[in-house]
Design a binder for this molecule. Structure first.
Ligand code: NAD
Length: 483
């Protein structure tokens, strides 16, 4: 049922029989269903429903506590479907089943955390500077949200739930590779009592996304995806003064200092470089190693790559699945070719594994003797490919780490806490990890430079769904706000 072409508009699932596209399972290479390619009319109907729900519906008039209660009910309903959701995500994008189920459970818990955060975030502040004033937060309006395929459930929760808690309405477009799993979240919210029109889902590709972000009924766009598309969306929103939040690509550096703990490097960079087959925006795909222990770091990286169990993602013993699509594998293979051509040394991987025979698999790959001018060290590969670049001293490492178009994440590996913080403060990124690869979805997440604008998650992510209104009070109204 979840794998049929449907849109969710104004509280109803609407079936479609034409303008469909195939959804292919990356491990079996077989079609798992067809999804609807939403047309201009579909997008317009969805945005109008969201607009009506925002302007005239009950949702934004409820108290935050009432909205939070509904989200908690939905989280419970969603949580009991974590296994089914995980299975569908694995079929859509190939992440191993143990990971996808864990991520679906985590997404349900995150909904509860968002509800708690909303309850504890004051929306009105009384100030006296220059005269009595109330600074109030009001929902930004109709939000369009567009996601990539690499973390579908968590991404949907992160884009939809804080917007709903703020009193906004939402039109959500998942990636064309992962159009189905969103149904579990939609049904949970609907069964919990979300009013019609507050959440709408349109499926489709780039054109559907373009229509959505340009629709005049949209007040805010939240986009996660590639830097090239983010640039286009930023420009389109800028000319209309639409609020826009962009979470884009990265080429994050992990600086290994001479006093690093080998086990921490191996464990942190196994996850940082290869988790989800490297299809992670915050991946630590550039490893900077000091010349004095360069060969050791390269061998730790080889071990980090060798610890994964590649195979059928529906098998609970598998830890690494295929890439999402044939196109993605071609892209990664092209980069591996560019690395070899540029003179980098292939330490391990670099090809397709013999087993399993089907699926868009690629071996975890490590390049050594790369320098930071090579394309494999500058461009986002979005596959299981790590590049080890040598450096002379910590100053040089900081310079190389910052010599990037991107600024999403970074890491340092050292046994000296002071050095760790000193390096962390000098790298221009939105997030940073110490002796590990951490993705924490309860704190601000986002990038600088070409990695985007704004922050998802945490209090700051929640607050991005509000506009500030300053009300200059008089003697009669000030006591209504004064503590
Ligand atoms: P993509 O930019 O091609 O597509 C992302 C989404 O945008 C999809 O839903 C797609 O249909 C839609 N889209 C494509 N063109 C559009 C357009 N012109 N207008 C509106 N919508 C459009 O990215 P992808 O290949 O699906 O995902 C991989 C990229 O996402 C990588 O660059 C990765 O770094 C990035 N990413 C970033 C984060 C982050 O938080 N910074 C997280 C995950 C992925």
């Amino acid at each position: 049922m979840q794998r049929t072409p449907r849109l969710f508009i104004d509280g109803q699932w609407v079936s479609r029989t034409d303008h469909l596209f195939d959804v292919i399972c990356p491990s079996t290479e077989e079609r798992i269903g067809q999804a609807a390619d939403a047309s201009e009319e579909d997008v317009d109907t969805a945005v109008r429903a969201a607009r009506r729900a925002f302007e005239d519906g009950p949702w934004r008039r409820l108290s935050v506590g009432e909205r939070a209660e509904l989200i908690e009910r939905a989280a419970e309903l969603f949580g009991v479907r974590a296994e089914q959701t995980g299975w569908l995500v694995t079929a859509e994008m190939g992440v191993p089943i143990s990971t996808s189920v864990m991520l679906a459970r985590r997404a349900a818990n995150t909904m509860i955390a968002w509800a708690e955060l909303a309850r504890s975030t004051p929306l009105t502040e009384f100030r006296t500077a220059g005269g009595p004033t109330a600074v109030v937060r009001e929902p930004v309006g109709v939000c369009a949200a567009i996601s990539p395929w690499n973390g579908p459930v968590g991404m949907a929760v992160g884009k939809i739930v804080p917007a709903l808690l703020a009193g906004c309405s939402v039109v959500y477009k998942p990636a064309p590779e992962t159009p189905f799993d969103i149904a579990f979240l939609v049904d949970a919210l609907r069964e919990a009592g979300l009013p019609a029109g507050v959440l709408n889902v349109v499926t489709g590709g780039a054109e559907t996304g373009r229509l959505l972000i340009r629709h005049p009924g949209v007040d805010k766009v939240g986009f996660t995806g590639s830097t090239a598309v983010g640039r286009e969306i930023g420009a389109a929103c800028g000319s209309e003064f639409k609020r826009v939040q962009l979470e884009l690509g990265g080429k994050s550096a992990a600086i290994v200092l001479e006093d690093a703990e080998p086990d921490q490097v191996r464990a942190g960079l196994a996850m940082g470089c290869f988790f989800n087959s490297g299809q992670v925006c915050a991946a630590l795909s550039r490893v900077l190693a000091p010349r004095r222990i360069y060969d050791e770091v390269v061998s730790w990286m080889e071990q980090a790559a060798g610890g994964w169990v590649l195979g059928d993602p529906f098998d609970s013993a598998t830890t690494l699945g295929p890439l999402v699509s044939e196109r993605q594998r071609m892209r990664v293979e092209n980069y591996i070719g560019l690395g070899v051509e540029a003179g980098a040394r292939l330490v391990c991987g670099g090809g397709r594994p013999e087993q399993p025979g089907k699926g868009w698999f690629i071996e975890p790959t490590v390049f050594a003797d790369a320098d930071n001018t090579m394309r494999i060290a500058r461009e986002e590969i979005f596959g299981p490919v790590a590049v080890v670049v040598p450096y002379d001293d910590p100053e040089d490492a900081v310079r190389i780490a910052n010599d990037s178009e991107y600024g999403l994440h970074g890491a340092v590996f050292t046994s000296d806490p002071e050095k760790a913080i000193s390096v962390a403060r000098r790298i221009r990124t939105g997030t940073f990890s110490i002796n590990n690869f951490v993705y924490n979805n309860r704190v601000p997440f986002g990038g600088v430079k070409s990695s985007g604008i704004g922050r998802d998650s945490g209090k700051e992510g929640y607050e991005s769904f509000f506009e500030l209104k300053t009300i200059n009070l008089d003697a009669g109204t000030a006591p209504l706000f004064a503590p």
